[in-house]
Design a protein around this ligand. Structure first.
Ligand code: NDP
Length: 401
């Protein structure tokens, strides 16, 4: 009997794809047995560069932070931001928990039912996942939330300790379902809107650290713009996630979850706004960033992926709350660097250098040639592939003569 596609080995799958042999060989070379177990129809790995923020001072502790990103300039900007924040970032975090939803379309009130069965609900959760209680977590609270006239969410607030907790939450929710059977639940699933995992980073920065009072006031004005204009806010938050998501990815966490939650939180006032606020306080630049961060340091892919283990090792084997603190701090540093670059008119230049490095490699420049080609491209007014190729040929001819 012929095997189904998903039953084949990675190389057998590659053999069935319509691709050139050299592409097939390259993909085959990049396979890993661990990753083959993680996703379906696996054929190969997709490698992303990892860089590092050399020193980030959070709550008086120094961290070296791994960042996984394909985007040029992001890691340089994060380091630049960390330098501007070298007096230190203060991060505050409460007890974090995941929210699991049981959803109903019903006219009946669930509040009395939940109130009457509270002890039973807590007991079911404990029996469904005793190990999370042994670790100090478990179901903390059950909240009935009226979503509309006939739509109700029963929210289960669950402390999942150092795990991101999606599976833990879903296990508990499924165990609770039979108790609510007479209300005909629509279904159960965790919510990625992690409002029980809010983390706040604040920093006060002397004007000279950002290039003077004028620059500081420009940063405040630009940030204020992003509180009023969703077009600017989207870009400002994207810049923040350039840093935050790179740490999330480097530690094997789910960046889609963190970003979805962050963007939802950015809309909490009814309009999409910048997550960070910058102001002038006590004659200093004051930054504040609060965002929901749902991550773990164990479980899921994190415990399996060697790359995630390496990322956590760079950080110094932190727990989940420390990782949250690092992520929010990188977000603040990244945001500050971007705003400063924009008001100083410098973003394009730094960015272009990295883009030109990518272009140089694209047209076939070797490492030594990249170093010579990039400055010559920087001196040009209009750069395109054709021009980069032409200058590369000139460099090669110069080397010959
Ligand atoms: P796991 O199901 O792997 O559970 C955590 C594991 O870590 C358990 O085996 C637990 O052991 C172990 N563990 C060890 N130390 C600790 C500790 N200090 N704190 C907590 N647990 C510890 O992972 P999650 O529940 O975190 O689920 C994450 C996965 O779910 C991810 O892969 C995610 O992509 C996926 N997912 C995401 C969804 C979403 O975002 N919407 C939906 C569904 C799944 P023990 O059992 O002994 O306690």
């Amino acid at each position: 009997m012929t095997k189904k596609f998903y039953e084949l080995t990675p190389d057998e799958r590659l053999a069935l794809l319509t691709i050139d042999d050299d592409v097939r060989a390259a993909l085959s070379e990049q396979q890993s047995t661990v990753n083959a177990q993680l996703v379906e129809n696996y054929i190969s790995d997709f490698r992303v560069p990892i860089g590092v923020v050399r020193d980030l001072l959070i709550n008086r502790q120094h961290y070296q932070v791994p960042m996984a990103t394909e985007e040029p300039s992001v890691i340089a900007a994060a380091n630049n931001g960390a330098k501007m924040l070298s007096a230190g970032i203060d991060v505050q975090i409460g007890r974090t928990a995941m929210i699991g939803q049981m959803m109903f379309v019903t006219e009946k009130s669930l509040a009395d039912f939940v109130q009457a069965h509270r002890l039973e609900i807590l007991d079911i959760a404990r029996q469904a996942r005793p190990s999370i209680y042994q670790r100090g977590g478990g179901l903390l609270d059950v909240v009935v939330r009226q979503v509309s006239e006939n739509e109700t969410s029963v929210d289960f607030i669950i402390d999942t300790q150092d795990a991101m907790g999606a599976n833990i939450v879903d296990t508990i929710l499924e165990a609770e379902l039979p108790l609510f059977e007479s209300f005909h639940p629509l279904g159960v699933i965790l919510s990625n809107y992690a409002t029980q995992q809010l983390v706040t980073a604040t920093a006060d920065i002397a004007f000279e650290r950002v290039g003077g009072e004028h620059v500081a006031r420009q940063i405040v004005a630009l940030n204020h713009f992003a509180q009023s204009d969703p077009y600017r806010a989207t870009t400002e938050n994207k810049g923040l996630f350039n840093g935050a998501s790179a740490v999330v990815l480097a530690t094997g966490n789910d960046w889609r979850a963190v970003e979805a939650s962050g963007h939802a939180y950015a809309s909490r006032n009814g309009q999409y706004q910048a997550l960070t606020t910058w102001s002038i306080k006590n004659n200093q630049l004051h930054g504040e960033l609060t965002m929901p961060i749902s991550v773990g340091t164990v479980g899921g892919a994190i415990s399996v992926l060697p790359a995630a283990q390496n990322g956590l090792a760079i950080l110094g084997h932190v727990n989940a709350d420390e990782l949250r603190m690092v992520i929010v701090s990188v977000g603040l540093a990244q945001n500050l660097a971007a705003l400063k670059a924009i008001v100083s008119g410098g973003i394009q230049q730094g960015h272009m250098r990295m883009q030109y490095r990518a272009l140089a490699m694209q047209v076939g420049a070797e490492v030594d040639e990249v170093k010579r080609l990039v400055p010559r491209l920087m001196a040009e007014k209009h750069v395109a592939t054709e021009l980069a190729t032409k200058i590369l040929m000139e460099i090669r001819n110069e080397s010959k003569s």
